[in-house]
Design a protein around this ligand. Structure first.
Ligand SMILES: Cc1cc2nc3c(=O)[nH]c(=O)nc-3n(C[C@H](O)[C@H](O)[C@H](O)COP(=O)(O)OP(=O)(O)OC[C@H]3O[C@@H](n4cnc5c(N)ncnc54)[C@H](O)[C@@H]3O)c2cc1C
Ligand code: SF4
Length: 436
């Protein structure tokens, strides 16, 4: 009987090891390419990410499988030359599932080297920056995830409300707080400011929902229960992007929140000997005692700066490829996002990929192969050394070398990267003036 138990135990252990080493082999091989690319690109994680203790990592692969951002062989983590690494740092959003599932405690999700990054603002326990009266909430503070952003937005407002109650009401033209950004942290701060009867205004350059509104269609958001001010608890461990955005939109409507959507904050400076801040957008200016920056860390999409770019057919992200069928589309850009978008859109549309340089670089091998195949089978036309010069309702003008041509067009996707929020922070003295 004892022998039988020993044989069963050995069989279980051997199958466990075979299973893990089989998946390691597969993941490791693919990730080696991604890792080389990530080194080439010098991509750093944006927020909290796993730091791996190689001395106790047994390479079981549990973390790779546990990560919600692992899709097939595309994962933030991978095994390269016998070492577990964060091979796709930009894909890590800090869920920490890897840390929870690691059987040996080799993974710790922290800010790692980012803690010493000059772009990481120094904050008090109330999330106030080194400029008194300017606060930060959400991912810009280095803490990722929707729930954390919502909690921080609410907590910062509670602190400002407490401060405001101790101050004289003063000039009625001066706001108690200006909230910049309407992602999860900005929305929560706005609802909380409304609840606390503060004089507030919230400014968002794009759309309600921030990064969440840019997730792919029907993405499931992993979360622990969320306490949203004026709403209560959303008790779900997974919620679809559309459901969460619907809740937020219904709150905006129900409470008629004071929002300025479609305005970009361009500068913030102190006036009247520090009595208030002046927050200027592209169309207006506001005086306020406090500012909460809920800008995220992912940046504002870069624009082309050409005539016609304001047309509704021009977009800066691809959310639902299936919404485009039998259309004439131009994708602008030469990085992974542009190539991935061009390839997926080419399945049901006529696609031109326009890039201003003479060859693609910093592109994953997988995407390079996909774009070459698409060009060879005629589903994508690639225009290198080309630049869009004007967009109209029905056409696009493209300059290739010195020749100008006009092509028929229904949609333009501009996927040329983003401008990080750090210059704004630097101009306010919140982070050090050392470009990195
Ligand atoms: C692909 C992906 C998947 C993710 N999956 C999950 C998940 O499953 N679960 C989870 O909890 N988290 C997930 N996250 C992380 C989560 O989305 C972020 O942590 C969260 O959105 C951060 O919220 P935020 O309010 O700090 O910033 P953001 O959501 O980034 O919002 C910032 C807002 O500020 C605006 N803004 C910036 N600059 C200006 C300016 N100058 N003027 C006016 N407005 C400005 C931007 O337009 C934007 O709307 C994921 C992230 C990504 C990228
Ligand atoms: S922290 Fe989250 S997103 Fe990053 S590797 Fe771990 S599980 Fe994946």
């Amino acid at each position: 009987m004892t022998w039988l138990l020993i044989v069963i135990a050995i069989l279980v252990i051997v199958s466990f090891l075979l299973y893990n080493f089989a998946s390691m082999g597969m993941i490791g091989k693919k990730s080696s390419e991604a890792y080389k690319n990530s080194l080439k690109n010098q991509i750093k994680p944006l927020t909290r990410h796993p730091v791996i203790d190689h001395s106790i990592c047994i390479l079981c692969g549990s973390c790779i499988r546990a990560c919600p951002e692992t899709h097939g062989d595309d994962s933030p983590l991978g095994i390269v030359d016998g070492r577990l690494l964060l091979v796709n740092p930009a894909k890590c959003v800090g869920h920490a599932q890897c840390e929870m599932q690691c059987p040996t405690g080799a993974m710790t999700v922290t800010l790692g080297e980012l803690a010493a990054d000059p772009n990481m603002p120094v904050l008090t326990k109330n999330n106030e920056t080194i400029v008194p009266g300017i606060f930060i909430a959400g991912e810009l503070s280095g803490v990722p995830l929707v729930k954390n952003a919502i909690d921080q937005g609410n907590e910062v407002i509670k602190y400002i409300a407490l401060k405001a109650s101790a101050e004289e009401s003063g000039d009625s033209e001066i706001f108690d707080v200006v909230i910049v950004g309407l992602g999860p942290s900005g929305l929560s701060a706005t609802l909380s400011a409304h609840e606390h009867k503060l004089k507030y205004v919230t400014i968002e350059q794009r759309a309600i929902g921030g990064t969440v509104s840019n997730y792919p269609k029907q993405k499931m958001i992993m979360t622990s229960p969320i306490n949203l001010p004026l709403y209560g608890t959303i008790k779900k461990s997974e919620i679809q992007k559309e459901e969460l955005i619907d809740i937020w939109n219904s709150m905006v409507k129900k409470y008629n929140l004071n929002l300025h959507v479609g305005e970009k904050v361009e500068s913030i400076f102190s006036e009247a000997n520090g009595k208030y801040f002046n927050v200027s957008t592209n169309t207006a200016a506001f005086k306020t005692k406090n500012v909460i920056l809920c800008l995220g860390r992912r940046g504002t999409p870069r624009k082309l700066g050409i005539k016609g770019e304001e047309l509704l057919k021009v977009t800066y992200g691809l959310i639902d490829p299936d919404a485009y069928q039998k259309k004439k589309i131009i994708v602008v850009g030469g990085g992974d996002s542009a190539i991935e978008a061009a390839v997926v859109l080419s399945k049901n549309n006529e696609v031109i990929l326009s890039y201003r340089k003479d060859s693609f670089f910093r592109v994953k091998d997988k995407n390079m192969r996909a774009i070459k195949n698409a060009e060879e089978n005629g589903s994508i036309k690639i225009m290198l050394n080309s630049e869009l010069t004007e967009i109209t309702e029905k056409n696009v003008s493209i300059k290739i070398n010195e020749d100008l041509s006009v092509v028929e067009n229904d949609y333009v996707f501009v996927l040329i990267g983003g401008e990080p929020p750090f210059p704004l922070l630097r101009s306010m003295g919140i982070i050090k003036d050392t470009e990195k």
